[in-house]
Design a protein around this ligand. Structure first.
Ligand SMILES: O=C(O)C1=C[C@@H](OP(=O)(O)O)[C@@H](O)[C@H](O)C1
Ligand SMILES: C=C(OP(=O)(O)O)C(=O)O
Length: 478
């Protein structure tokens, strides 16, 4: 076991003897989970036309933030439409450990009694972040300006993901860290009280890093600023403003400048979470590629910083109509009518990447069935998601019979022009590598395949979309 000793080891162990034991236990658990024996494999077969109206679960990004911000407000907040996926449940459980009271009533509304900004409790046990990068990076930010220590653990996938991108700015704000070698989980954080405000220019286009710094700024005296050269999803800014924090959003030399005034008092809110465009994307692509399909996906979040996939699929010739544009919980929302279409291979401008960063795996499936060649570039960030999504999708689509070339920063895919993919060979299955988006993307590929697509492990789907299999069979049956 190797540790990057940013905080002298003796200091961390003295401060957190129990947590250190938990870290070691978590490490063993991670090693065991690499060798899990029985995985819920599934073969997805060619489908008849999809039809009917469906609703996908609540937005994952907004759900995490709704729980976190409610936990910082004094009094009761409610959250309707919360995504009850494993990632969000990891956030709920962490916020409970930090002192919030969180419960779900029989109608499905969540009630959060906040502990208050600056009044979070030191967690007695390690915070288990499961598979969730968002929970981890946002909570590291939040706790960085609270005078407490906490240990963060996660599954094998999360334990391979880079945390230095938040450790660096949060260390500048005076928090200290003891992370595994290379800046990964398990790690220990010691928050600073008071923390020091900074102005931080994002070296990567990441809403998680932006949010980590802004959340640290929330309990820091003075003004903390983030400069964002490339705009990323803005749910943190919108929602913190809604909860009563003081934010200013402007421009500096053509870049976005977001400033937060610290030591604010957050007021409880009633949050309504719109449907997740990232989950809707699987059904958009399914309806576009399965002949005869015509579905309406209701209540889909259409925030410009998130809805790149709709524009990308329309650019490929996909028939997607936005109906009943409206606002839900301060976010633009629409119903999307999606009909089977002859898709065309397209060269995508890398500028679209931040607005659909999680949707590329399923876009690759659309490209594999399109007429002609699709080229994507600027996707380096996909290599540090739940899996290396460039390599994992290249291997998965190739196994299913698609014609794919892998590059450092993207894929070039020569489509079949609507002809079904061959499917996975007998006895072989796609490796999903604990990545929900790979499992669901390849499930959709199976719907237009001759021999079906076998996926080695469907369990990760529950991290973001627990009702995926039921909704898919429902849409096939209508
Ligand atoms: O802020 C968020 O809620 C998220 C930001 C994105 O991550 P990065 O900030 O690492 O790009 C995205 O991939 C993730 O699913 C959710
Ligand atoms: C990258 C994702 O999530 P996270 O970073 O929260 O694990 C995702 O949901 O595709």
């Amino acid at each position: 076991m190797y540790w990057d000793r940013r905080v002298p080891e003796s200091r961390s162990r003295r401060a957190l003897p129990d947590a250190w034991g938990t870290v070691k236990a978590a490490r063993l658990e991670i090693e065991r989970s690499h060798g899990r024996k029985e995985l819920p494999a599934h073969t997805f077969q060619s489908s008849r036309a999809l039809s009917g109206n469906i609703r996908v679960p609540g937005d994952k990004s907004i759900s995490h933030r709704a729980l976190m911000f409610s936990a910082l407000a004094i009094g009761e907040s409610t959250v309707e439409g919360l995504l009850e996926g494993e990632d969000v449940l990891a956030t709920a459980s962490a916020m409970r450990q930090l002192g919030a009271h969180i419960e779900r009533d029989e109608t499905g509304t969540w009630h959060v009694h906040g502990a208050g900004l600056g009044s979070l409790l030191e967690p007695k046990q390690a915070l288990d972040m499961g598979n969730s990068g968002t929970s981890t990076r946002l909570l590291l930010g939040l706790l960085a300006s609270h005078g407490l220590s906490a240990t963060f653990t996660g599954d094998a996938s999360l334990s391979g993901r880079p945390m230095n991108r938040v450790i660096e700015p949060l260390s500048q704000m005076s928090a200290s860290f003891d992370a595994s070698r290379g800046g990964t989980l398990p790690l220990m954080l010691r928050g600073a009280s008071p923390a020091v405000p900074i102005t931080y220019r994002l070296p990567v286009a990441s809403a998680q890093v932006k949010s980590a710094v802004l959340l640290a700024g929330l309990n820091t005296p003075g003004t903390t600023s983030v400069i964002e050269p490339i705009a990323t999803r803005d749910h943190t800014e919108r929602m913190l403003t809604g909860f009563g924090a003081k934010l200013e959003i402007g421009e500096q030399d053509g870049e976005r400048l977001i400033s937060i005034h610290g030591e604010a008092e957050l007021k409880p809110q009633n949050v309504v979470v719109p449907g997740d465009p990232s989950s809707a994307a699987f059904f958009m692509v399914a309806a576009l590629i399965v002949p005869g399909s015509d579905i309406t996906i209701e209540n889909v979040g259409m925030n410009d910083t998130r809805a790149g996939i709709v524009r990308a699929l329309q650019q490929m010739g996909g028939s997607i109509d936005e109906l009943k544009n409206r606002e839900v919980g301060g976010e633009p929302v629409a119903d999307l009518r999606v009909r089977h279409s002859a898709l065309k291979g397209t060269d995508f401008d890398p500028a679209i990447v931040p607005s659909m960063v999680d949707e590329f795996p399923v876009l690759f499936v659309a490209a594999a069935l399109a007429e002609g060649t699709t080229r994507t570039t600027g996707l380096e960030e996909l290599r540090v998601k739940e899996s290396d999504r460039i390599a994992t999708m290249a291997a998965a689509l190739t196994l299913a019979g698609a014609d794919v070339e892998e590059h450092e920063d993207g894929l070039t895919i020569h489509g079949t022009g609507g002809e079904p993919l061959r499917g996975t060979p007998t006895g072989a299955s796609v490796k999903t590598k604990l990545d929900h988006r790979i499992a669901m993307s390849m499930a959709i590929a199976g719907l237009v395949s001759r021999d079906g697509v076998s996926v080695d492990d469907t369990a990760p789907i529950a991290t973001s979309f627990p009702s995926f299999m039921d909704l898919l069979s429902g849409a096939e049956a209508q």
